[in-house]
Design a protein around this ligand. Structure first.
Ligand SMILES: [Zn+2]
Length: 178
């Protein structure tokens, strides 16, 4: 009986110890992409960018406007986005079941086309903060930000998450590049 109790105790200690190790690993996986590694390039227009929002959906417009404001508010970065007639950043919407994505970006160093999909986001019961996250995510692509791991605090991870501003990691990375 005493040996059995000792064994049980040891098993519990080992279980607890392994749990601690796992917790430690999970808290410091090093999955964050930082500074240069968080980018695949750099756009040319960041300090004098013009944007245009054209959408039928007020929720999309609100999210795009928030994304612009949040990007302009990144301290330490030389980023200035203003509404303009010859835009570098075109913000649009679609309403299509032909695509699985919530938001999409195509971009090069001089311009970007960002789109939110009303069909998929409505089906996924998107909240305002979900729209804000996706709009900031696509705008992040226009700034050549790469996807972050799902465990990282960042608007640059893929999927439905609630964010109303860029994370501290995102802001740090944008300040580094721009
Ligand atoms: Zn993406």
């Amino acid at each position: 009986m005493r040996n059995a109790l000792t064994s049980l105790f040891l098993v519990m200690v080992l279980f607890f110890y392994s749990f601690q190790i796992n917790t430690f690993v999970a808290a410091s996986t090093g999955n964050e992409l930082r500074n240069a590694e968080a980018f695949s390039g750099k756009n040319n227009y960041h300090s004098n960018a013009k944007y245009n929002i054209s959408t039928y959906y007020p929720r999309h417009e609100a999210a795009y406007l928030n994304a612009i404001n949040q990007m302009n508010a990144v301290s330490g970065a030389n980023i200035r986005l203003a509404r303009g007639s010859t835009p570098n950043i075109n913000m649009r919407s679609i309403n299509s079941s032909n695509y699985s994505w919530y938001g999409h970006a195509s971009w090069n160093s001089n311009s970007a086309l960002l789109r939110l999909n009303n069909y998929t986001t409505t089906r996924a019961n998107y909240t305002a903060s979900n729209y804000n996250k996706t709009a900031m995510h696509e705008l992040g692509h226009a700034f050549y930000m790469k996807h972050q791991h799902s465990s990282v605090g960042s608007v640059m991870k893929s999927g439905k998450y609630p964010y109303n501003s860029y994370s501290s990691l995102d802001k740090s990375n944008l300040a580094y590049r721009y």
